[in-house]
Design a protein around this ligand. Structure first.
Ligand code: AMP
Length: 773
């Protein structure tokens, strides 16, 4: 039976766990419970061998040699825009040794990580960590791991959650649920803390290696509701290590009378410097951890640093618990201040909190625990026995709960979630589940969800705090009766700012089913549905009310290759409408857009989020070509329509040989419109035009007169019969071989016909793509 595990995909460390009878943290291949969230792209020594990814402890070791190709804290980049303030701030700072850049396949905003000269997405890097957890867990469990509950910070937005899902899919894992980390922590504290019918309000204080997260949850009857969240994404054990390292260096500088110790280290030769920095980092962290239980710790780094006379400068510093508390006091005060701020933001006072649950490695620090006890009262503060494993354990418990089948805790036989007793040993499974305390978790929409209407109005679809899963469905109208493109834009409002969550495009092609009458008076109607599941996965769908089979549905992804292409298409259409291109150019652009939309909708796989390179290239060629053709005033479609009309209306007047030649060129142009490069496409347009000029002869003249009649029919119908009648008279004259009569009729009508055609051909039109209520 394939297994379902829980994974804490952390900024600094990741952990996998499974629940059978008890919760078990799964050791990795190195024999450790914790896997550093570190990935390196390691070149092999052998020539022609491919570089390989190394994840975890060995990647951390490798970082000392090749920091540029080693990634720590990729979680900070997940679902981020290249332009984000945080990303621009960390770019080039000490926090980021590797190179990040705009991703070549995404929008202007997408982010790429450069390793070994190759470009990767944060999702791809993160998938390597999940892949290792999966593989190592399979080795321990001696079975396939197919499903996982993966934890994410409570503050993750939809885009960050989507990126996490993509990473899981790339690692071959099916996500049962994305679980907010604080909820996972609360679950892992176990039944005593969270069971019972009376509602409890718990405060989760998660102080880890690189982040500090705060959450308030109300828990009742196994249901968990998030009430508020806060913290600081950039505060953690690493900051404490840095403060302690500065103290140690300061003491060493005093002892040896070194004026500027940073410069002194900087001036050490390369190897010594790297070794010293690495050792300092390790020893300081070890001392910090020791100081959580001991009253003093020593930091010794002997024989590494040398002064200008080649004499050794040894680091040998004792730190007592009191000194340590003093050193880190500003950080501890900051955590308390952020705690107070968070409670204020949801209008809570400490007395309204029933329990404070401490998780994350840094919550072991005694002065942190003491500060919280002072704030909330001794009895309320609970420190997790395994603070660094708590979140993975909580995820494992939920993963077990959500599995379709699981092992009976008594006999180990397979049991289905719907079974109340074990079919094999009659163990009371229902009572056991209730005793476990976790029935289900109620999540709610983190923001308001809107759709943008044609007049730029925002229309609310789902309100913040709506319990998840939820679905909102509404009927809208297209803005024009002839509309062929529909562009839907979905938004959140986050901190009073609009944040796009994705677009949906649907093409309505000329279709026999869409009868002319449907469109004659009223624009078509469209039913739009927005669904949000328990993990905040958003799916949108749109279907024509009158023709539900003309529909599209999609999981929203952002900053991906498809979005870049849609953006380009949108710009082309906006530009065409602004510059008021001629009608026949707009017709061509509409057809090209319809064809491109079909391809773009297939660029990103719904299942894995992966980009299909072939489809991407094809769709990209189409969008580029659409822009260039429109701006240069070329149209393949109207040339084809012209040829089609000539063959249909004046077929008998065209010799069969010419007809066949025209058909052949039409077919080629159709093919080039769809598949050809820009140059091939232009050549096919010119060839068909040229052929029509040469092979249609007098039919071209008849077409002009007919066109004049058609145009008049639309706007000035009383004038139309004159043109249609003349066409018939000319044809009659030809049939009677009276070419003089035909010539004189043509001569008489042409100036007027040309005038009408010219006037109407100069007309412009709009490409409509919006909706309205
Ligand atoms: P986490 O992000 O929860 O995995 O926590 C990792 C952080 O906790 C690292 O900065 C560790 O140095 C720190 N840490 C782990 N154990 C202890 C401890 N006993 N006392 C203080 N800090 C600790």
């Amino acid at each position: 039976m394939s297994k379902s595990i829980g994974i804490d995909l952390g900024t600094t460390n990741s952990v996998g766990a499974i629940k059978k009878v008890h919760t078990e943290v799964l050791k990795n291949a190195e024999g450790d419970l914790i896997t550093p969230s570190c990935v390196t792209f390691k070149k092999k020594k052998l020539p022609f061998s491919k570089p390989e990814f190394v994840v975890g402890k060995h990647a951390v070791e490798w970082m000392k040699q090749d920091p540029k190709n080693t990634i720590m804290s990729v979680k900070r980049l997940m679902g981020r825009n290249f332009q984000d303030k945080e990303i621009q701030e960390i770019k080039g700072t000490r926090r980021l040794n590797y190179e990040i850049a705009r991703h070549s396949k995404g929008t202007e905003n997408s982010l790429g990580i450069i390793l070994g000269g190759k470009e990767f997405t944060p999702e791809e890097i993160s998938s390597k960590i999940l892949g290792k957890i999966r593989k190592d867990s399979e080795a321990v469990l001696k079975d396939e791991v197919e499903y996982a509950v993966i934890t994410v910070p409570a503050y993750f937005n939809d885009k960050q959650k989507h990126a996490t899902r993509t990473a899981a899919a790339l690692a071959g894992l099916k996500v049962r649920r994305l679980l907010p980390e604080p909820t996972a922590a609360a679950i892992s504290f176990g039944v005593d803390a969270v069971r019972g019918d009376e509602a409890q309000t718990v405060f989760i204080f998660d102080f880890g290696g690189g982040t500090f997260d705060l959450s308030v949850l109300t828990i009742s009857g196994g249901q968990f509701l998030e009430v508020g969240k806060g913290g600081d994404m950039w505060l953690g054990g690493e900051d404490i290590d840095r403060m302690l390292a500065e103290y140690v260096l300061g003491e060493t500088a005093k002892e040896y009378n070194i004026e500027n110790i940073t410069e002194f280290i900087e001036n050490q030769d390369g190897k010594r410097k790297n070794r010293f920095i690495g050792e300092l980092k390790d020893k300081v962290e070890q001392a910090k951890i020791r100081l959580s239980t001991e009253h003093e710790a020593y930091i010794e780094i002997l024989g590494v640093l040398k002064d200008s006379d080649k004499d050794t400068v040894d680091v040998d510093v004792e730190v007592t618990r009191e000194q340590f508390d003093e050193i880190i006091a500003p950080t501890v005060e900051k955590t308390v201040a952020l705690t107070q701020k968070m409670l204020e933001s949801i209008h809570f006072t400490p007395d309204l909190i029933d329990k404070i649950l401490l998780v994350g490695g840094s919550s072991r620090i005694p002065s942190v625990i003491a500060a919280l006890k002072k704030e909330f009262g001794d009895e309320k503060v609970m420190v997790h026995e395994r603070p660094m494993l708590a979140i993975a354990e909580g995820a494992a418990i939920l993963s077990h709960r959500l599995s379709d089948t699981y092992e009976c805790p008594k006999c180990g036989n397979d049991a289905a979630q719907s079974d109340t007793v074990c079919n094999n040993c009659r163990f009371d499974l229902e009572a056991y589940t209730i005793e476990q305390g976790v029935l289900d978790i109620v999540h709610s929409a983190a923001h308001d969800y809107y759709i943008r209407l044609g007049n730029d109005e925002m229309h609310l679809l789902v309100e913040k705090n709506t319990p998840l899963p939820c679905e909102a469905s509404e009927v809208f109208k297209l803005v024009h009766s002839e509309q062929k493109l529909v562009h839907l834009k979905f938004y959140n409002i986050v901190n009073e700012q609009e944040e796009s969550i994705g677009d949906l495009w649907l093409g309505i092609e000329a279709n026999e089913k869409i009868k002319k009458e449907d469109r004659e008076n009223e624009p078509l109607r469209m039913e739009i549905t927005l669904r949000i599941d328990e993990s905040n996965l958003i799916e949108v769908s749109a279907a024509l009310k009158e023709h539900p089979d003309i529909q599209i549905s999609k999981t929203l992804s952002r900053g991906k290759a498809d979005e870049k292409l849609f953006l380009s298409l949108e710009e082309t259409i906006v530009e065409a409408n602004r510059k008021k291109y001629k009608e026949y150019i707009m017709l061509d652009l509409t057809c090209r857009s319809l064809s491109a939309i079909k391809d773009i909708n297939k660029v990103v796989s719904e299942e894995t989020g992966e980009v299909d390179e072939k489809v991407y290239e094809k769709a990209s060629l189409k969008t580029d070509k659409a822009r260039k053709m429109a701006s240069e005033g070329r149209s393949g479609r109207s040339t084809i329509y012209y040829a089609q009309a000539a063959l249909e209306d004046f077929g008998p007047a065209i010799p069969p040989k010419n007809k066949a030649a025209i058909r052949k060129n039409m077919k080629r142009l159709e093919d080039m419109d769809e598949n050809g490069s820009y140059d091939e496409n232009v050549e096919a347009i010119e060839d068909l035009n040229d052929m029509l000029n040469r092979k249609l002869g007098v039919v071209n003249v008849l077409m002009e007169i007919q066109k004049a009649g058609d145009f008049c029919m639309e706007n000035n119908p009383s004038k139309a019969p004159k043109f249609y009648q003349t066409v018939e008279n000319i044809l009659k004259a030809y049939k009677k071989d009276d070419s003089d009569k035909a010539a004189s009729l043509i001569k008489e009508i042409m100036p007027e016909a040309y005038g009408v055609v010219k006037e109407y051909e100069a007309r412009s039109t709009m490409i409509y793509k919006d909706i309205t209520k």
